[in-house]
Design a protein around this ligand. Structure first.
Ligand code: CAA
Length: 297
């Protein structure tokens, strides 16, 4: 089956990024949201990102102003599920909540053509649990993208025990056509990246709680000592503390190991509404986003 038309569910940070890379790779893309205002917000983000790529220019891996126009022309927003009917693959990137995701899949299962592949961008929810909501379990996979989607090269392609080899390989090839590097993984909570990344981020918080170093020093140490692009606290704020906190629950529930459990400080910051960069405060204060100030807790 040839993939030509892509549907994306959700136009938040991940959904808009996924829609952008699909349109950049030449696919026609329809993005579904519950309200027009969320589409408008997501499309503003896409436009901003494409402006950056156009400023860079094709010689440095960017795009021409003409290509920017063509990419935007391939993107369509909708609030009507019927517009997804002829999509060959539908990638879901809505809120990280099992029941909401299952409801969404169940509501489009009868609308989208039956040969289409359903993919979830979930980072921690069991793909197998999600596929119980549709009548095409063999055409259901995980396609896990990374933030910021237009820049991060990796896509985890997640196979469940019910996924057919044909649907899996089609999704794997599709990820390549997006210009990404796909890796094969199975439906074990956290897949490859979060299985290794989450304990590392949580350990950074524990190290801070134990007085090993300040937030800035731990960040500098991991950046300069290991060559990581961001230190753990900068990355935690970037990913979102609420998101990380949610992931700890799912992972701890699956493995029952302390390394996946939330440290007390993370829980308290989430309770206080300090979600990181998106809420203006996390391990750093972003009152001036160009000069984040590390907190002392
Ligand atoms: N679109 C297009 N271009 C963008 C962009 C975007 N959204 N964001 C930044 N850029 C461009 C900048 O304009 C800049 O371009 P020039 O070089 O032409 O000036 C370039 O990208 C580099 O950006 P910055 O100088 O601002 O910053 P940087 O060099 O630190 O790179 C980064 C930014 C790629 C995000 C890098 O810091 C990085 O790789 N950080 C780690 C991110 C990471 O680990 N993500 C995974 C999170 S985990 C996850 O997502 C999964 C999960 O399940 C939780």
């Amino acid at each position: 089956m040839e993939i030509k038309k892509v549907g994306v569910l959700g136009c938040g940070l991940m959904g808009s990024g996924i829609a952008q890379v699909c349109a950049t790779a030449g696919f026609d893309v329809t993005v579904l949201e519950v309200e027009q205002k969320y589409l408008d917000k997501g499309f503003v983000g896409i436009e901003k990102s494409l402006v950056k790529f156009a400023e860079r220019g094709p010689e440095k891996g960017g795009i021409t102003p003409q290509q920017k126009g063509e990419i935007l022309a391939r993107l369509k927003g909708t609030t009507n599920k019927a517009d997804l009917a002829d999509c060959d693959i539908v990638i879901e990137a809505i809120i990280e909540n099992v029941e909401d995701k299952k409801k969404m899949y169940a509501s489009i299962d009868g609308v989208v053509k039956k040969e289409a592949i359903f993919a979830s961008n979930t980072s921690s929810i069991s793909v197998t649990e999600l596929l119980t909501s549709v009548k095409r379990p063999e055409r259901f996979i995980g396609l896990h993208f990374f933030n910021p989607v237009p820049l991060m090269k990796l896509v985890e392609v997640v196979k469940t025990i019910a996924t057919s080899a044909e649907a899996y390989e089609a999704a794997y090839e599709f990820a390549k056509r997006l210009g990404k590097v796909p890796v094969r993984t199975s439906d074990k909570t956290g897949f490859i990246v979060n299985r290794l990344l989450v304990p590392y981020l949580l350990d950074a918080i524990r190290a801070y709680e134990e007085g090993v170093g300040s937030i800035e020093d731990i960040d500098s140490a991991m950046k300069l000592g290991c060559g990581y692009p961001m230190g753990p606290f900068t990355l935690l704020d970037f990913v979102g503390l609420d998101t990380t906190y949610y992931i700890t629950h799912v992972m701890y529930d699956e493995f029952k190991e302390r390394r996946f459990a939330s440290p007390p400080l993370l829980k308290r910051m989430v309770m206080a509404g300090w979600y990181g960069r998106k809420s203006g405060r996390g391990f750093y204060d972003y009152a001036d986003p160009a000069k984040p100030v590390a907190g002392k807790f």
